[in-house]
Design a protein around this ligand. Structure first.
Ligand SMILES: [Zn+2]
Ligand SMILES: [Zn+2]
Ligand SMILES: [Zn+2]
Ligand SMILES: [Zn+2]
Length: 164
């Protein structure tokens, strides 16, 4: 089917109105929700960009205020966009009162946090990716019950050089 026919059910203006209504907390109904999602899928003008993502998602917790129309597209964008991923990591850390600027980069700041209630320290917690092994030094813990680790000299996510 021609894309133009598929997203002609509602035009860009109606689509924007539907998003706005959801942003205000209005329930727009299943029919309009479906049409708006179809429009989003097919309209080249209304694709999710970083700006759209951050306009609608830039609140913590992630997706808490995302219009339903955009939810799936935003999840896909988030998975594929490193920049938006980093921005949301920064926001998540800021929400916990952690200043990521005190770390070599936002990835190290994010992955070295240990906030799991089941384990006393990051050494025991398999959910925590990194351990701090000295001032400005980080490593990948080896889960053998002790405190062995593989030192890293670069951030595994962005490659920034870490102090050795
Ligand atoms: Zn459109
Ligand atoms: Zn993005
Ligand atoms: Zn844990
Ligand atoms: Zn990094």
């Amino acid at each position: 089917m021609d894309d133009a026919i598929k997203y002609a059910a509602i035009d860009c203006k109606d689509y924007q109105m539907a998003i706005k209504a959801e942003r205000q907390g209005d329930y727009i109904g299943e029919a309009l929700l479906g049409q708006a999602q179809d429009h989003l899928h097919n309209c080249p003008n209304c694709q999710i960009s970083c700006d759209v993502f951050r306009d609608h998602i830039a609140e913590w917790p992630l997706y808490s205020k995302t219009p339903e129309i955009l939810e799936e597209a935003c999840r896909v964008h988030f998975q594929n966009c490193q920049d938006c991923n980093d921005v949301m990591k920064q926001k998540g850390l800021e929400a916990k009162g952690i200043d990521w600027r005190n770390y070599p980069c936002v990835h190290i700041a994010y992955h070295v946090q240990h906030d799991c209630e089941a384990h006393e320290t990051a050494w025991e917690c398999s959910d925590t990716m990194l351990v701090q092994t000295g001032a400005g030094e980080y490593g990948l813990p080896i889960r053998d019950g002790g405190r062995a680790y593989v030192p890293i000299s670069n951030c595994p996510w962005c490659g920034i050089t870490l102090k050795r």
